[in-house]
Design a protein around this ligand. Sequence first.
Ligand SMILES: [Zn+2]
Length: 415
Amino acid sequence: MRSKRIWARLASVEGASVVDVSSEEEGDALEVVVGVRIYRQDESRCGICCTRCPGYDAGHGLRRWRSLDLGVVRVSIEAAAPRVFCVEHGVTTAHVPWARHDSGFTRAFEDQVAWLAVHTDRTTVSALSRIAWRTVGRIISRVSDEGTGRSDRFAKLKRIGIDEISYRSGQKYITIVVDHDSGRLVWARPGRDEATVHAFFDELGEERTAQLELVSADAAIWISNVVKQRCPRARPCMDPFHVVAWATKALDQVRRALWNEMRQAGKKMLAKSLKGMRWAILKNPENLTEHQQTKLSELERTNRRLYRAYLLKEKLRAIFQEHPDFGPMLIDDWIVMARRSRIAPFVKLADTVLANRQAIINALDAELSNARTESANTKIRLLTRLAFGFHSAHALISLAMLRLGGICPSLPGRA
Ligand SMILES: [Zn+2]
């Protein structure tokens, strides 16, 4: 192999030949600059659509793209970056085969950053790549856009879940669509209103919407209205995850009300023990620590009311683990029990469960697993924390698509 071809491989140059290699020193840091000339067949193409177009001008002269490091040494590719005139896109910087449009990094560099963002934490990505987290956000947006454009996410979609995720401390929302069969995230967009749900069905198209057998959601009117209108033949289901979340919320309301009562009555010790009880009663029993288990048995003796509320939550959760044939009977029993409990948040919840009875039974019949819908929801919620420094919903959605949409690129050179 001749040295120019070796350099082309080392610097991840594609579609161009190396014309010279130089190095620059900045303090202690060394940077290798690989000068290249694009192959004739790749010349003068629109940066956006890659169509061959007439040249416009020389742009800003020579440009550099950062590539993967060689050991501890930084590497850049340098080439002319003329502008062309595309009939569709107007004046654009000409396409280069080694980088995505409008990027100062090579494809190989960006793919590695995206892979790292999917597989490791924020500090590691930034430190290893020597770029700011916001830059990571812009890179993964480009990689994700390309990935979603290339793959057919909507093929064979039959059973979907529509949900909302809040971020920025509940100030902003995105709407997500999950494929229940593959467990993948297939669509996400900022907003939580009817227009956003319509936008999903617009993108899905009529033919594929007609193939949907089941749509699950929480009880949100803005989702169900649009679902009824756009795919009336799909069975509406209540995500088990949300039903359990309602019960957990009701239980926490009971606990807080009791805590306040005791504080006002001056029973400080009892109030304190209730506060420490929070996780013991909200968590699933199989996940309790030994200490929390002790707390729970203590509760059975010391606070019957809260313990009854706890049992109501657990009974509702257990319905989703029973055989679907028992569903209607178990739900009706639960409604009666909750009403008789005279615990206000659960009496109210009984009405909500009754109002959504058929959708809950549909979910049981379809054997929609609580674990799966919950895990998609939880995973994205975790991402919202990771995405905090991004300053754009687009970057958050890109990260979610890369992690949960199955479009993460493989590491460069290891296809
Ligand atoms: Zn174009």
